[in-house]
Design a protein around this ligand. Structure first.
Ligand code: CDM
Ligand code: ATP
Length: 285
């Protein structure tokens, strides 16, 4: 039997760092949501006790370093399963882009294996297992709109954003979160208005949302890669109502209410950077 799971990209509407923890991670407070740019994860049952993984991208490992492989290994270990699985990933989410692609693939594997092997684990149990794989995996298990606290793994579901289009633009660089967090100086941070972002979701207020999106990691990524700052500026002058870098970058998300405007922004940015997408937010609660 073959199972398919969608693995949507995540974007940060806000990302705040509150402090450094004893375990080396940072205490964060961030609002995340999912968009309809998604990888496609195919799971096929094997009768041997092996995990095989392949992906149609040269930037993604096809062995135990793949986060999807790690998710399958963790799931098999947790539920003491002797069956194997073949995982095939059709990558549509740009890699090392701040869009949580690997985390979303891992979450899709947890959801898919739970279904394929009829384990009956709850989302919260899958999220707890996901937290052992990476800070963004628990959010990706739910894949809606949520507040992430702790190191990002404590999830509170929020109302979905007002209906709008999101233009995603990624300059031709990859950024690893691991290289950005060590540069955080907790005494020199500008804090985004996360509470205002949450209120804008509760009120479904597009204007308020656009006026309050923010990411404290922007300053660090911009200083390492000035082209990301230029991209955000270009996006704002192209007519988006608000823009914010996702995760540790380099992808910048711009918000517009109408498709005609999204198309104009898209066309304007295409001459500026290679990878541009017009997407929609995933959930409609
Ligand atoms: C930047 C975000 O994408 C925002 O959604 C996430 O916080 C990153 O999530 P992720 O890629 O799943 O991150 P992890 O794989 O857990 O951690 C990668 C590295 O980022 C740093 N890290 C990550 C999360 C966090 N709250 N504090 C950190 O300091 C750590 O150095 C860690 O070694
Ligand atoms: N299934 C996967 N999809 C994408 N990248 C993966 C996967 N498994 C492992 N990786 C590795 O993880 C790294 C980060 O890729 P990803 O696309 O998840 O970026 P990101 O969302 O910016 O994450 P991070 O915050 O971890 O830097 C890549 O360098 C890649 O080699």
């Amino acid at each position: 039997m073959v199972f398919f799971e969608r693995a949507p990209a995540k974007i940060n509407l806000s990302l705040d760092v509150l402090g450094k923890r004893d375990d080396g991670f940072h205490e964060v407070k961030m609002v995340m949501t999912s968009v309809d740019l998604a990888d496609r994860v195919e799971l096929g049952e094997l009768h041997r006790d092996v995990i095989e993984v392949s992906a149609d991208s040269q930037y993604v490992p096809d062995d135990e370093r793949n986060l999807a492989y790690k998710a399958a290994a963790a799931f098999k270990h947790k539920y003491q399963l002797k069956q194997g699985v073949r995982i095939n990933i059709k990558k549509n989410i740009p890699v090392a882009a701040g869009l949580g692609g690997g985390s979303s693939d891992a979450a899709a594997v947890l959801r898919g294996l739970n279904q394929m092997w009829s384990i009956g684990a709850t989302s919260s149990q899958l999220a707890e297992l996901g937290a052992t794989l990476g800070s963004d995996v628990p959010f990706c298990v739910y894949g809606t709109t949520a507040l992430g606290t702790g190191r990002g793994e404590e999830i509170r579901i929020l109302p979905s954003p007002p209906v709008c289009y999101v233009v995603l633009a990624k300059p031709d660089i990859g950024i690893s979160t691991r290289h950005v967090f060590p540069k955080v100086d907790v005494n020199e941070l500008e804090h985004p208005e996360t509470e205002m972002v949450i209120r804008s979701l509760e009120e479904k207020n597009f204007k308020k949302l656009c006026g309050s999106v923010g990411n404290t990691l922007e300053r660090i990524t911009f200083s390492m890669h000035p082209e990301v700052r230029r991209l955000k500026e270009k996006m704002l002058t192209s007519g988006v109502s608000g823009a914010v870098m996702s995760g540790s970058g380099p992808t910048v998300a711009g918000f517009v209410k109408h498709f005609s405007k999204a198309k104009r922004v898209y066309n304007g940015l295409r001459g500026f950077c290679d990878e541009v997408y017009v997407v929609r937010l995933l959930d409609r609660r």
